[in-house]
Design a protein. Structure first.
Length: 202
């Protein structure tokens, strides 16, 4: 597990002037892992040894905000500002933005196909089925399977409490597959339903 990430959903468009280090995804296995996942040694870029690195991540897209977000990020292309999108299939009408983000040098990671917690965390098999469905979408858009992912709700959550111990089992299973999951240590809070408008959250 790696937790050196900032996290935001696509509900708020952020412009970031600091350099963001891109995690290159080079591996294209023939098919997504099936339960139990087989070990795949993915390359993973973890940033320079000296200096500070910010990993800017966006969850729950693509959405109606993604194209605007990509336009804003393109303004800082000379600074090599790249982010990671942990994607879903919740809004398939915007799914082609995965291809655009990938083509513009951003990283694509698995978040979830359906984002229905009770369904995803019903069993290990249910999680893998959802994971593989999203991997298929990513492959169709990019020609690659992703080596990185983010658990819906994070690797330590109360959402899966009806299935005691599933997060521990899933983390072990996915680690053994060679895939790497990312939590976050900074949250913009924009996904919280606290009555604020998007502009107020910014």
């Amino acid at each position: 597990m790696i937790t050196s990430l900032g996290c935001t959903s696509e509900e708020v468009i952020l412009e970031q002037e600091k350099e963001i280090v891109h995690i290159p995804l080079e591996i294209s296995p023939e098919q997504p892992p099936s339960p139990p996942p087989q070990r795949i040694d993915y390359p993973l870029y973890v940033g320079p040894k000296n200096g500070k690195t910010i990993y800017l991540t966006f969850d729950d897209g693509p959405s109606q905000y993604t194209s605007t977000l990509l336009d804003n990020l393109a303004k800082y292309d000379k600074f090599n500002v790249k982010v990671t999108f942990f994607v879903t299939n919740m809004r398939p009408e915007y799914i082609d933005n995965i291809k655009r983000a990938h083509n513009e040098g951003h990283s694509i990671g698995v978040h979830t196909y359906c984002h229905e917690y009770s369904k995803i965390y019903a069993s290990e098999e249910a999680y893998i089925e959802d994971f593989n469905a999203m991997q298929k979408v990513i492959y169709e858009q990019t020609g690659e399977y992703s080596s990185i992912f983010r658990f819906p709700g994070g690797s330590s959550n109360t959402i899966s409490k009806n299935n005691v111990g599933i997060m521990t089992r899933l983390a072990k299973m996915m680690d053994e597959s060679g895939a790497v999951y990312f939590d976050w240590n900074v949250d913009s809070g924009d996904a919280e339903n606290n009555g604020q408008t998007n502009q107020e959250k910014i």
